[in-house]
Design a binder for this molecule. Sequence first.
Ligand SMILES: N[C@@H](CCC(=O)N[C@@H](CS)C(=O)NCC(=O)O)C(=O)O
Length: 229
Amino acid sequence: MTLTLYLHPLASFCHKVLIALYENETAFDSRIVNFADADSAAALLDKWPIGKIPILHDEATGRTIPETSIIIEYLQAHYPGPMRMLPDDPEELLQVRLWDRFYDLYVSVPMQKIVIDRIRPAGAHDPHGVTEARAMLDQAYKMIEAHMQGRLWATGDDFTMADCAALPGLFFASIVHPFTAEQQALSTYLERLLQRASVKRVLAEAQPYFSMFPYREAMPARYLEAATS
Ligand SMILES: N[C@@H](CCC(=O)N[C@@H](CS)C(=O)NCC(=O)O)C(=O)O
């Protein structure tokens, strides 16, 4: 197999790339990164010293591609499928890149801050940082609620990289920092994403690891029960 994705099935940024791969039924091998295992972590650091997952290794070219948005662009350029995650039109492309950045930086990153703070050792918690992360999510939710009025997907009628970025951020953020009852466009958008076959597959693969999620007690039962249906 030419492509190998270094990933963990529970990791939200890995979900973003897996959705893009599954949308196009792109063939690839998976290598699970276990940060608690020295050899597994070293194999990742050897390829990408920043140490974040996912990374994509392409045996055909010997290249290692880090960063989710770059991986998805690489896949479209070198392993294109029927579903285009990035549009050709320059203006539409700017919107996709904007909302991809938005979901990564202003939904996934603050969501991660809240989640990771829970498993920090005693005395190493960062309550101020968590309060800031919650305020960022409040602002992001408001903006998404306004933006999604009358929209099907993140930037319009077509499913794109921005939607790949939106799902994992919103999925986990909605658990650790629930939407308000008024945020109907936001919750409808998440429900629409959850119906996507690629998303169902990603969450079914993540489901055996949900017990490792630091906020597992807040996870709605339907995710634990219905992830594989
Ligand atoms: N900007 C990166 C973010 C990747 C990221 O934060 N990955 C998380 C998993 S969801 C990770 O590797 N965390 C391990 C760590 O920070 O030690 C991307 O888009 O690929």
